[in-house]
Design a protein around this ligand. Sequence first.
Ligand SMILES: *[C@@H]1O[C@H](CO)[C@@H](O)[C@H](O)[C@H]1NC(C)=O
Ligand SMILES: *[C@@H]1O[C@H](CO)[C@@H](O)[C@H](O)[C@H]1NC(C)=O
Ligand SMILES: *[C@@H]1O[C@H](CO)[C@@H](O)[C@H](O)[C@H]1NC(C)=O
Ligand SMILES: *[C@@H]1O[C@H](CO)[C@@H](O)[C@H](O)[C@H]1NC(C)=O
Ligand SMILES: *[C@@H]1O[C@H](CO)[C@@H](O)[C@H](O)[C@H]1NC(C)=O
Length: 462
Amino acid sequence: MLTFLCKFTVFHFLLISYWLLNYVKSEDKPNIPAIAKYFNTKGRYEEVNPYLTEDILAANGSILQPPSAKCQEMYLTAIIRHGTRYPTTKNIKEMQQLYNIAQHNASGQESWLREIQTQWTMWYTEDMDGRLVQKGVNDLKHLAVRLSKLFPSLISEEKLRGGFIQFITSSKHRCVNSTLSFKAGLTELWAITDKEFDHSVNDALMRFFDQCTRFVEEVDNNPSALSEMDKFKQGPEMRRVQQKIADRLNVSYIKITDDMAEAAFYLCAYEFAIKTVNSPWCRLFDEVDAQVMEYANDLKQFWKRGYGYDINSKSSCILFHDVFSRLDKAANASKSGQQVTEAVTVQIGHAETLLPLLTLLGFFEDSDALTSTNYATQTQRSFRTSHMLPYAANLVLVLYDCGGGDLRLQPLLNEKPVTFPGLTDQRASIPLYEDVREHYRELLQGCDFEAECQLFKSPAEV
Ligand SMILES: *[C@@H]1O[C@H](CO)[C@@H](O)[C@H](O)[C@H]1NC(C)=O
Ligand SMILES: *[C@@H]1O[C@H](CO)[C@@H](O)[C@H](O)[C@H]1NC(C)=O
Ligand SMILES: *[C@@H]1O[C@H](CO)[C@@H](O)[C@H](O)[C@H]1NC(C)=O
Ligand SMILES: *[C@@H]1O[C@H](CO)[C@@H](O)[C@H](O)[C@H]1NC(C)=O
Ligand SMILES: *[C@@H]1O[C@H](CO)[C@@H](O)[C@H](O)[C@H]1NC(C)=O
């Protein structure tokens, strides 16, 4: 009887604790839309690293485990996407259209619809055109502080003051502003007021996609390059999402085109990313709908920047070689016992900068291509831009000197250690730098930007 009573009580205690835990959890984060993890490149960095919602400056150095205590970090390069930004003019026009439909044509008793119709105002204006928002300034400031905590001997006041940290940026305003914000994160951390630090603008490196003629002609300006995405947007999964939105607004199906569905998704995503609010627009989607929207966007990125076409990744050859030549320089200096003149390189660009490079390096490749017809079999795909490319997404490569010519290279994506795809033997520890070079030997010997990007290869090369 006593044991029964005990079990009974323990059971109830567990039940109540479980209920409390969930209650507290959902009460804790009332501002996070249930669909926030499906926002593709419009997602918050915090959704990729949820511990940051508790402490935005949390950095846990114990995730870094060099093979021995002798290993010293000697060089680091970070390729970073700009922070949270406003929508582009094109997106703002579509958002305005959907707002008009919700305002004038929708009807219903739901409180979220009343909120859209009576309280929410269309505050986005076309002149905002993709500029960095205040949240984006903070994204980069906070990232700078966390990286300095993870790599205190490299991202240090002494190295910054000594001119050992180089900053390179795309010319786009949101990137330059992100670069200033990253620097401000460091100078505010160390209360540096007597000195300013330069950065250089380099579109050849950070916006290589604009300068690769073959990519521009065959993919970027070629409407048929995105035919898989177009077919998916006309297909049954997407049509269902559009109909559900129309039903929720009580408007006719023809009013909610795929563009209007996208505008609704953007409204939910931007209100959240910029203002951290769970806006009434989010109520137009359930989780199943959001997964379909996520796939449509992943299809776009896959065919436009990822594995869809070989030239997408090859357009980043120039950045690939730039990264390895900096690593080589640091490696050489260390081997010959000289001081490394550049200890840290911070390069700030776009999702369109990072994705081709990640693809060239072999990250997030699935066995099958993403197509208009295999949504159902791609639910476990690794190619998920929501995970890879939120605002302030970053690829960091850290070169360690472990003594006696033993150099190792640790890649981190969004502050989490990852392994170079295909270099599986090394899973237990950080790979030797020479093994990484060997792994990418063909690219290091070829991958010539000029040759890859010319529109017509000369007969000798065909
Ligand atoms: C840091 O990470 C390690 C390993 O993942 C974990 O055991 C430890 O609790 C973490 N420390 C903090 C302060 O979060
Ligand atoms: C939608 O609203 C607009 C603006 O008020 C109006 O001109 C139009 O007739 C409405 N359409 C429908 C189908 O209600
Ligand atoms: C939906 O719209 C129709 C007219 O277009 C209207 O008669 C009906 O009452 C609306 N339903 C709701 C729930 O508001
Ligand atoms: C950067 O963006 C923020 C937020 O939009 C803005 O307040 C600030 O003026 C911008 N900084 C520069 C240097 O343009
Ligand atoms: C590094 O050293 C190797 C061989 O010693 C040399 O071929 C290469 O050009 C050097 N690279 C750089 C970037 O200094």
